[in-house]
Design a protein around this ligand. Structure first.
Ligand code: PHE
Ligand code: CO
Length: 323
C-alpha cells in the first residue's frame, strides 16, 4: 500500500491526440479529500442513471446494486462496499490512480481484486470522458461482481489474461532473431505463434463486460458497464435502429474490431451469465492458434452465420476508426 496522497492519473493530450498513462500503485481511497463538487457529480450521475436503467439494465444488475448499499447520497466508501462484496463472492475493491498495465490488471482480476479509480470526473464531463473514472468503475462494474457466476467469469478472465500475456510474449521471442545485436521480428511468424492472443481476449472483454446485452424473458437488457455508466449509450444500445444486435458467439467476438470513440456498431447478446461461463471454460490456446489464420471482422459487419436480433441500419456510422 502506498500511504502518500494518491494522484489523479489521466490520459495526456499530445500532438498524437490523447495517449493513455499507466500506473501500478494500489492506494487507500482518500475519501475525506472528495470535494462537495465531487459528491455532487456522483449524486447527479447516480440519480440520472438509476432512473434511466429501470427496464433497461438487467434485473441482476439492478437488484445487486440495491443490495450493495450504493446510494446517491455521497460517493460510496470502498470499504463499505467491500463488506457486501467479500461475503457475496469473495471479491474486493482496490483503489487505483488510473489505467493499469495489462498484466497488472489481469493479475488483480485473477485474485478477485477489482481496481477502482479513486477520482471522479469533472462536472463538464458528465456525458463523456475517454477513460474510466470512479463512476464508471463503481457504478458500472461492481454490481455484477455480486453475482457468483459473473464473479467467477471475471476471475477466470484474469487467469486467461495472464496466460495469454505469456503466450504473446513467447510468440514474439520465438519470432525474433538478433543479427549483429539488432532484433528483427518476423511479424507473420509472431502472429501465427499467438502474438495476437491479447487482442482476441480484449475484444471478448469489450463485447461482454463493457458492452454486453442479455436476453431476459421480457426483452433485451444491458449488463455491460460501459453502457450502464453512459446516459446516451443506455438508450442507444437498446432503442436505436442503427446498431446490430447479434447472439453471443465466442470466436466471432474474438475476431471483431470495436469502437473506442463512438457508440458501438454491434452489440452481442448473451442468454445468461452461465452461457458466458460455459463458453469460456475451454482452453483458449488452440482457439488463438486457429484465429491467427483468420482476418479480423470490421465492427459493423453482419455474417451469414450470425444469429441476428437486429440488423442495424448503420445510420450515423463513421466509416473508419475501428480498432
Ligand atoms: N478459458 C480461457 C483460457 O484458457 C480463460 C478465460 C476464461 C478467458 C474466461 C476469458 C474468460 O484462456
Ligand atoms: Co470498464
Amino acid at each position: 500500500m502506498n500511504i502518500q496522497t494518491p494522484t489523479r492519473v489521466e490520459s495526456q493530450l499530445t500532438d498524437k491526440g490523447y495517449v493513455p498513462v499507466y500506473t501500478t500503485n494500489v492506494i487507500e481511497q482518500p475519501w475525506d479529500t472528495y470535494s462537495a463538487t465531487d459528491h455532487e457529480v456522483w449524486r447527479t450521475l447516480f440519480a440520472r442513471q438509476q432512473e434511466l436503467l429501470v427496464g433497461r439494465a438487467s434485473d441482476e444488475f439492478l437488484r445487486n446494486q440495491r443490495e450493495m448499499g450504493m446510494s446517491s447520497q455521497a460517493i460510496p466508501k470502498f470499504e463499505e462496499i467491500n463488506n457486501s462484496l467479500r461475503s457475496a463472492t469473495g471479491w474486493e475493491l482496490i483503489g487505483v490512480e488510473g489505467l493499469l498495465p495489462e498484466l497488472t490488471f489481469f493479475e488483480h482480476l485473477a485474485n478477485r481484486r477489482f481496481p477502482v479509480t479513486w477520482w471522479i470526473r469533472r462536472p463538464d464531463q458528465l456525458d463523456y470522458l475517454s477513460e474510466p473514472d470512479l463512476f464508471h468503475d463503481l457504478f458500472g462494474h461492481v454490481p455484477l461482481l455480486m453475482n457468483p457466476v459473473f464473479a467467477d467469469y471475471m476471475a477466470a478472465y484474469g487467469r486467461g489474461g495472464v496466460k495469454a500475456h505469456g503466450i504473446a510474449e513467447r510468440a514474439r521471442e520465438a519470432a525474433t532473431t538478433v543479427i549483429d545485436g539488432v532484433a528483427h521480428v518476423d511479424e507473420a511468424k509472431a502472429l501465427s505463434l499467438g502474438s495476437d492472443a491479447l487482442s482476441n481476449l480484449t475484444r471478448l472483454y469489450w463485447y461482454t463486460v463493457e458492452f454486453g446485452l442479455i436476453r431476459q424473458p421480457d426483452g433485451l437488457r444491458i449488463y455491460g458497464s460501459g453502457i450502464v455508466s453512459s446516459k446516451g449509450e443506455s438508450i442507444y444500445s437498446l432503442e436505436s435502429a442503427a446498431p446490430n444486435r447479434i447472439g453471443f458467439d465466442l470466436e466471432r467476438i474474438m475476431r471483431t474490431r470495436y469502437r473506442i470513440d463512438t457508440y458501438q456498431k454491434t452489440y452481442f447478446v448473451i442468454d445468461s451469465y452461465e452461457q458466458l461461463m460455459e463458453a469460456t471454460r475451454p482452453d483458449f490456446t488452440p482457439i488463438y492458434q486457429n484465429l491467427s489464420q483468420l482476418d479480423s471482422i470490421p465492427a459493423g459487419n453482419v455474417l451469414d452465420t450470425d444469429k441476428v436480433y437486429q440488423q442495424g441500419t448503420g445510420e450515423g456510422w463513421l466509416h473508419d476508426g475501428d480498432v
